[in-house]
Ligand binder design. Structure first.
Ligand SMILES: Nc1ncnc2c1ncn2[C@@H]1O[C@H](COP(=O)(O)OP(=O)(O)OP(=O)(O)O)[C@@H](O)[C@H]1O
Ligand SMILES: Nc1nc2c(ncn2[C@@H]2O[C@H](COP(=O)(O)OP(=O)(O)O)[C@@H](O)[C@H]2O)c(=O)[nH]1
Length: 449
């Protein structure tokens, strides 16, 4: 095949670079903003967008019925993420904003803002430096579907939307105990969240609008609107049960906002399956290769051949699954030095006894070459059973030797690879496969500090 007809050689570093620097997501976010804002001159717009570098700052919307804990959770998230809380109250209280001044007067009279006023205030606020640099958390905004769509049209797109949910009866009861610190605007509760300092206790005030009747009215309005708002956020929504302790709600919310959504960036899996012999690496590798067309790279291939195999077009375009190699830190370093970084590393955990059971009962029929397992796949006839042979490496003594070696090396391997996923491989192969599949398809979770 001459050079003109040879398939284009994609160097392995190319897709790895794209993944490492999230190039696809970077371009996708910039294109989204370009199409929304349609600047007369796209070049300076793109330069300033890229210089802002704020694709990954918090952009969170927290919705929920009255007394569900939106403001409580939003405040805690803001503190933890050093981001900016945006509520109707603090929007109209902003100084040096004529918009806020006019809206504040309107709010005093009508006890609520028009959608136009609210959207303009949000647009003005989210353009301010602190929101650009540190992100924002909208508390109870948008209130209607129209507001949700108007905000999106302005290019204000949240990355995570949390919807708190709890039975109306719980919320009506809960709201009665709501108290506010007029100095810090912190929220407390007579039963669930009472301040320890007596100085704060003494200055707490009972906020307006928390009577049973008023909460019931707000609940009716919320239920009418929320079912029309949710379809505006199809893939970035998480409903959290708010009828549980605040701290539990908070940690579920924090974990969610720290996960990356599956982006539609082209993703080439480079999978490494680690585990003791008999943990199912070969079987899982075969299933992954079969379902996703990954190149199945058994551990018998040595480094040189391995390097050639992982550099071939199918490995680069389809990805690969490596199992049983690297077995130790030196081999892991060698693999890295050749420029092959796995982007998913799984450790298949199986109790020692299960490994012994899986391996020492394996047999092979010397006549047909068929593989049997005295427990899971017994030979069909006494005659075949009589002639079965056991591989010398499957004797209990050999297996124990290899297990010791594996456990000695696996800790170093787990430390070597930054994100490893450990799973219980002592169950049926297809359940194990589903765990591995989901670990490959979903973005790796960020570690909660
Ligand atoms: N998970 C929870 N369990 C018990 N009490 C809670 C919980 N979350 C919040 N609270 C208490 O319920 C009351 C209402 O909380 P918060 O003001 O945060 O709710 P909200 O959704 O912002 O309400 P609203 O929309 O009416 O402003 C407060 O007294 C708060 O301390
Ligand atoms: N019960 C069970 N047996 C498995 C599983 N995966 C593999 N096995 C069996 O365990 C033995 C070793 O599997 P293999 O994939 O070769 O393990 P490896 O040494 O880690 O590559 C084989 O007899 C498999 O049929 C599993 O998930 N569950």
């Amino acid at each position: 095949m001459d050079a003109t007809t040879a398939p284009h050689h994609i160097p392995p570093e190319m897709p790895q670079y794209g993944e490492t620097y999230h190039v696809f997501e970077l371009m996708q976010n910039m294109l989204e903003q370009l199409l929304i804002h349609q600047p007369k001159d796209p070049i300076p717009f793109m330069i300033s967008h890229l210089q802002q570098d704020n694709d990954n700052v918090p952009k969170i919307v927290i919705l929920g019925p009255p007394a569900s804990g939106k403001t409580t959770i939003a405040m805690w998230l803001c503190k933890h993420l050093s981001s900016n809380l945006v509520t109707v109250e603090n929007l109209i209280a902003r100084e040096f904003s004529s918009l806020a001044e006019v809206a504040g007067k309107h709010y005093q009279k009508m006890k609520k803002l028009s959608s136009t006023q609210l959207i303009k205030l949000i647009q003005e606020r989210l353009k301010e430096g602190d929101c650009v640099r540190q992100g924002w958390i909208l508390d109870g905004i948008p209130e209607t579907r129209e507001q949700a769509l108007s905000i999106q049209t302005l290019g204000i797109t949240p990355r995570h939307v949390i919807v708190l949910s709890a039975p109306d009866t719980v919320l009506i009861e809960r709201n009665l105990g709501k108290r506010i610190d007029p100095q810090t605007r912190e929220i407390y509760h007579t039963t669930f969240d009472w301040p320890s300092e007596s100085e704060i206790q003494n200055r707490l005030i009972v906020p307006g609008g928390i009577s049973e009747l008023e909460t019931a009215r707000k609940l009716l309005e919320y239920h009418r609107n929320i079912i029309r708002i949710l379809p505006a956020y199809p893939k970035i929504l998480k409903v959290i049960n708010a009828d549980q302790p605040c701290v539990d709600v908070f940690y579920q919310a924090l974990t969610y906002v720290q996960t990356n959504h599956r982006s539609n960036a082209p993703f080439t899996p480079r999978v490494l399956l680690c585990g003791p012999m008999g943990s199912g690496k070969s079987l899982q590798a075969a299933l992954l290769a079969q379902k996703y067309g990954l190149v199945n790279v058994p551990d018998s291939i040595i480094m040189k051949v391995l390097s050639q195999r992982l550099s071939q077009q199918d490995s680069i375009q389809k990805g690969w699954v490596l199992h049983g190699f690297p077995k130790d830190l030196d081999q892991a370093h060698m693999l890295n030095s050749l420029g092959f970084q796995p982007n998913r590393v799984f450790f298949l955990n199986v109790p020692f006894d299960s490994v012994i059971e899986r391996l020492t009962l394996r047999r092979i029929d010397p006549v047909t070459g068929e593989r049997y397992h005295l427990m899971y796949k017994p030979p069909p006839t006494v005659e075949i059973k009589a002639r079965l042979l056991q591989n010398p490496k499957d004797t209990e003594e050999q297996v124990k030797l290899k297990m010791d070696l594996f456990y000695r090396n696996s800790l170093e391997l787990e430390e070597f690879y930054e994100h490893t996923i450990t799973l219980n491989a002592d169950q049926d192969p297809y359940t194990v496969f589903e765990y591995i599949e989901s670990g490959i398809i979903n973005p790796l979770p960020k570690k909660v500090p």
